[in-house]
Design a protein around this ligand. Structure first.
Ligand SMILES: O=P(O)(O)OC[C@H]1O[C@@H](O)[C@H](O)[C@@H](O)[C@@H]1O
Length: 304
């Protein structure tokens, strides 16, 4: 659908405003009585969620690309059907291909207390089938209200089973990564990508981040709470909760100094301002779907 047709069909001032975003890519501004959010059709990428009176909850890199074929850096990239590099073919794009496709806006509805739900879909085209020859249908619903709710469903529309990984690669904005603490993963096993994928156990109690961190926590269906001592509008504490359903993995990532400097689409000095807490099904928690089956993974991001 071209931009003008999209706008004619869905633009509703005060609810869903459709404008050219960065790089001219179509951007949805979703407005609820208590918050706003932004979503690009490119990747069905949530680039911001701002409860009224609060600083934005999402980190966005000022160096992000906004072009066809490249992912947006920050917000919530959607990852499917593999997480990280493709182990069978390292030439394929990292984190799969759906974060760089143009998704289709299907509907906009107002629900309880004025929350606005936006539904986007993606089906494979010839290029996607070349990369991953499977038949599937994806639907991503973003509900913007007092919280940000995101649900991605995957349906196997083909005639043979497939296995996949997936993630909502959420970049939370924090005042300084060196001061935050993370609660909800104590005692869980994680794959430490900084240490040859060694399996380790998270000690008891909340923990902080003190260097480059890249971990897949397995079998972690519980809510994770990030406490930021200076994250609120008055520079006081704020707590962000990431709760989920249909997700068995939680990825924790911060690139720290050297990796930040090595990434072209990330400012060298931006690493203290972000923490990825990703709602995922990855590694040992990869999923399989038989023909006709669906799976839904959802995450709710809330200020406590
Ligand atoms: O640069 P990308 O492809 O967006 O990936 C960023 C990071 O995403 C994280 O989820 C991975 O665990 C890291 O290994 C990776 O570096």
């Amino acid at each position: 659908m071209d931009f003008n047709t999209l706008r004619d069909k869905f633009h509703q001032p005060g609810t869903l405003e459709i404008t050219p975003g960065e790089g001219g890519l179509p951007r949805l501004t979703v407005i609820s009585p208590v918050s706003t959010a932004e979503i690009y059709l490119h990747g069905a990428h949530v680039t911001q969620f701002t409860p009224r009176g609060e600083p934005p909850l999402m980190f966005m890199s000022r160096k992000s690309h906004y072009v066809d074929g490249k992912p947006i850096r920050g917000g919530v990239p959607l990852i499917f059907p593999w997480f990280g590099p493709n182990l069978a073919d390292p030439k394929l794009p990292a984190h799969g291909f759906i974060r760089t496709r143009a998704w289709k806006l299907e509907s906009v509805t107002r629900g309880e207390q004025g929350a606005v739900a936006v539904r986007l879909t993606l089906a494979p085209d010839a290029q996607a089938r070349e990369i991953w020859p499977r038949e599937f249908a994806l639907a991503f619903t973003v509900t913007v209200g007092a919280t940000l709710e995101m649900a991605m469903s995957v349906t196997n529309t083909g005639d043979r089973p497939f296995r996949f990984e997936e993630a909502m690669h959420t970049y939370l904005a924090v005042s300084d990564i060196r001061n935050i603490s993370i609660d909800g993963l104590a005692g869980r096993t994680f794959i430490d990508k900084m240490d040859h994928a060694a399996h380790k156990t998270q000690p008891s109690g909340p923990f902080g981040i003190t260097g480059e961190t890249d971990r897949v926590y397995l079998n972690t269906p519980d809510t994770v709470v990030v406490t930021d001592p200076a994250g609120s509008s008055s520079r006081g504490p704020r707590m962000i909760a990431v709760s989920k359903q249909g997700s068995a993995s939680t990825v924790v990532w911060n690139p720290w100094i050297a990796k930040a400097a090595a990434m072209a689409d990330f400012g060298d000095d931006e690493w203290p301002g972000m923490l990825c807490i990703e709602t995922a099904n990855a590694a040992d928690n990869a999923l399989s779907l038989e023909p006709g089956q669906s799976h839904t993974m959802s995450a709710t991001i809330a200020l406590l």
